[in-house]
Design a protein around this ligand. Structure first.
Ligand code: KG4
Ligand code: ZN
Length: 359
């Protein structure tokens, strides 16, 4: 489907199965280093967790177990391949929910063993980081990456595959968390980001003056906990019977505050690093107001900004299959055949090069 950016012209062809189960999406895909994406399938657990207002880890694990094999059949059908035709099986090793990660790791190990294929664990955030490259032929390192998901908010200088320098990160809540928590305060459903964005579409951002934490700080770090408290105060002032317009205005003001800080810091990271390419990844990258602001900030700097297609902003199988393929082709990871899988629920992206460096 997509033309992959091949790290080396002479690299051997690889077809990799990727399995993503780090949180509330079961995602599988087969990626071919020559022909691109051959199949992908996703099951979102949003409906399962909605009544609880957030992800229930035990329910997530059980649902991954129920979904993963039917999704595997689906992607192999799309790819017109048998498991034994593949060259490796990759799974999300972390970071994420321990039980959910174990499902993907265990299933990947069993599949790899049954077909005699090598097995490889992938860093979830490297998957997100590389997803714009999967979609866009010609785009490659180096670049500045803005990684904005439910659990992470960071700016990275991506010099090469596996070589990621942290420029700044959140000191408290992640941007996605700020969206989700503010949405909850506004009485919206889960996940809050898209719901808040929908409500904000009919609101006037200027109607409420919300703080922009760390907007003018010297560093490239973020802080969103204070914003959530400010939203709580406004919600209390509006009271139980807040008019619909006031709620929409508050949603718009919240979205404006979060996206303004993200765009300003991303622009500062480009200026500081001297780079002219910004890559945006993670669920919050789907936010259209954020995209507008980043487009404007990058145009002003003469920089280019790249987003993954909306379907690959949130968790998905293709990003894991692609990241594994790139690592294997670059000789940056060794796939194992002893099938002793492990997971890493907490895993710093900056540790990645040291942990899985070229051998
Ligand atoms: O990357 P992701 O799918 O999962 C991880 O956290 O790894 O990101 C999910 C986050 C959630 O906080 C969700 O509310 C947010 O991305 N999100 C959005 C939008 N779509 C998803 N936030 C703002 N606007 C959106 N359109
Ligand atoms: Zn994610």
């Amino acid at each position: 489907m997509t033309d992959a950016v091949l790290p080396r012209a002479a690299a051997p062809r690889l077809r990799v199965l990727g399995i993503e189960t780090s949180c509330d999406e079961t995602g599988l895909a087969v990626y071919d280093s020559r022909d691109g994406l051959l199949g992908q399938a996703l099951h979102s657990q949003i409906a399962l967790h909605r009544d609880y207002g957030g992800v229930v880890p035990e329910l997530a694990s059980r649902d991954h177990i129920a979904r993963v094999l039917p999704l595997l059949d689906d992607v192999l059908d799309q790819a017109r391949l048998e498991l034994r035709d593949l060259d490796a099986v990759a799974y999300t090793r972390g970071p994420g929910l321990a039980g959910a990660l174990l499902v993907g790791a265990g299933v990947a190990a069993a599949l790899a063993m049954s077909a005699g294929l090598p097995l490889l664990g992938v860093h979830h955030l490297e998957g997100h980081l590389l997803s714009p490259l999967l979609a866009q032929p010609g785009l490659d390192f180096p670049f500045v990456a803005l990684l904005v998901s439910g659990g992470h908010t960071m700016l990275l200088q991506a010099n090469a595959l596996g070589c990621y320098e942290l420029l700044g990160e959140t000191v408290d809540d992640a941007a996605g968390e700020a969206f989700d928590k503010s949405a909850k305060l506004l009485g919206l459903g889960y996940p809050g980001g898209p719901e808040l964005a929908r409500l904000a579409a009919g609101g006037h951002a200027g109607a409420f003056d919300l703080p922009r934490p760390k907007l003018h700080s010297e560093d490239l770090d973020f802080s969103f906990a204070g914003l959530k408290t400010a939203v709580l105060t406004r919600v209390r002032q509006l009271g139980e019977d807040a008019p619909a317009q006031a709620r929409a205005d508050l949603a718009a003001a919240t979205q404006e505050a979060i996206t303004e800080v993200l765009a300003a810091k991303a622009a500062a990271a480009l200026r500081r690093s001297g780079m002219r390419t910004l890559v945006v990844a993670g669920g919050v990258g789907a936010n259209l107001r954020l995209r507008e602001k980043l487009d404007a900030a990058c145009a002003a700097l003469g920089a280019r900004v790249h987003y993954p297609p909306l379907q690959w902003c949130t968790d998905n199988g293709p990003m894991i299959a692609y990241a594994a393929c790139r690592r294997l082709q670059a000789g940056l990871a060794r796939a194992s055949r002893d099938y002793a899988f492990d997971i890493q629920p907490r895993w710093d992206l900056a540790e990645l090069s040291a942990a899985d460096g070229a051998s």
